[in-house]
Design a protein around this ligand. Sequence first.
Ligand code: GDP
Length: 473
Amino acid sequence: MPGRRTIAIVGRPNVGKSALFNRLAQKKISIVHDMPGVTRDRISSVCRLGQHPFEIIDTGGIGGDVDASFTDQVHAEVEIALTASDLLLFVVDGQDGITPVDLELAKRLRKIDKPLILVVNKIDHDKHGNAPVEFSRLGFTPLVAVSAEHNRGIGDLVHEIEKRLPLPDADAEKPAGSALNPVKIAIVGRPNVGKSSLTNAILKDDRTLVSPISGTTRDAIDVPYERHGNHYVLIDTAGIRARGKVDNSVEVFSIMRSEGSIKRSDLCLLVIDATAGVTSQDKKIAGLIQAAKRPCVVALNKWDLIKDQTEDKEALKKVLEQMKSELFFIDYAPVMLVSAKTGAELTRLFRTIERVRIESTARISTGVLNRLFQDIVTQHPPPLAGSRRLKILFATQPENTSREIIPLPEFVLFVNDDKCLDATYKRFIEARLREKSPYTGVPIQFRLRGREKRGENKSGKGILRKSWAHHKK
Ligand code: GDP
């Protein structure tokens, strides 16, 4: 489900968040707990009561730390709601009236630049009709009176929610790969691996069409290129075309040059000479791509020369695995054999590039993600880091608002202590995420929010984090 149609329910305990969640999700209301951590299923569900489905998160359902204080817990919930949702439902108890905790929460929520609906719950009878007036003092509009338990006002609430969410269609993918938004591909690699041959083979391939800027393509730095209706720009190809003698200065120069093209590319095609194997220069360039966090596909060129060694499937697999293990630090990049000379596998190469582009936009919904994390930590608990152990309280994949043609998937993990996540466990988590959604060719980003973390206070959100940390015992 697109990230832009996710709402989060916040409010102090016992106001009926869980009852409202169940009502919106059309779940059978059996026992209404306002005890946190009852079940992970309470975290997230889908509401289908309106014109289009949207995702609901009940922040009160998030377990949290057993040792977290009440205030910590509430702050955590607000912060999670902020990160994970596009609209907030601030629930208050219409029978209790405004309490100090409501006021405290309202103060925090007022600072937040996100659409918010104030939901006055427990308006069970008409005689409660005046209760909402008191809550208008909090200064939030709209205000909707409901009774989650007696199913009153839910239709109005859904209507107000829908008015504030974009239509699912409006969420349609931006036309990446179109003429206006071509995928910029940097063909990089050390000298003599066949970059210019490969570029020429791509441009000459009879299934392709070079954009008609006649006469200029020879010396152009960026070559627009169309294949099967998808648009690309092969960037920085001029230097590649001029063949020079290979000496050290050329090597150094080519690496410097690669660095620039890597940075301005949407995707790097790392060319490696299959007959030479992965050399230290290749690794250096792969390292640049990894450090620049660029999507990447590795093309092992000159396949024609080692074809006899890769005749049977087993041998081929062995060659690929050997190369992959040499490139372990950029293990997100698919590795494939090609031949600039014969043009072999160019179609597959571009199919892979398209796969990278399409898979990068996939989003794992909050519900699926949190169930996955629950499985991960149950089956394979995080190791001790010193005397502490990592606890993952909640995970979400916020909507990617970058204008990148190939956006990098990012996951925000709310944890007890962000210093407890070690590299091995992170790789393990990453592998499990890729089983759900492969994200071929793109590096996955993790952002950790730990209660212990202090310090930087950018973007206003840090205010919450700071006070959250501040309340720590
Ligand atoms: P660049 O420096 O990376 O641009 O490499 P070039 O494209 O200039 O290629 C270096 C050498 O490798 C040239 O002699 C090419 O003819 C040769 N070459 C490039 N690709 C292939 C290939 O797929 N197969 C074979 N057999 N030779 C290739």
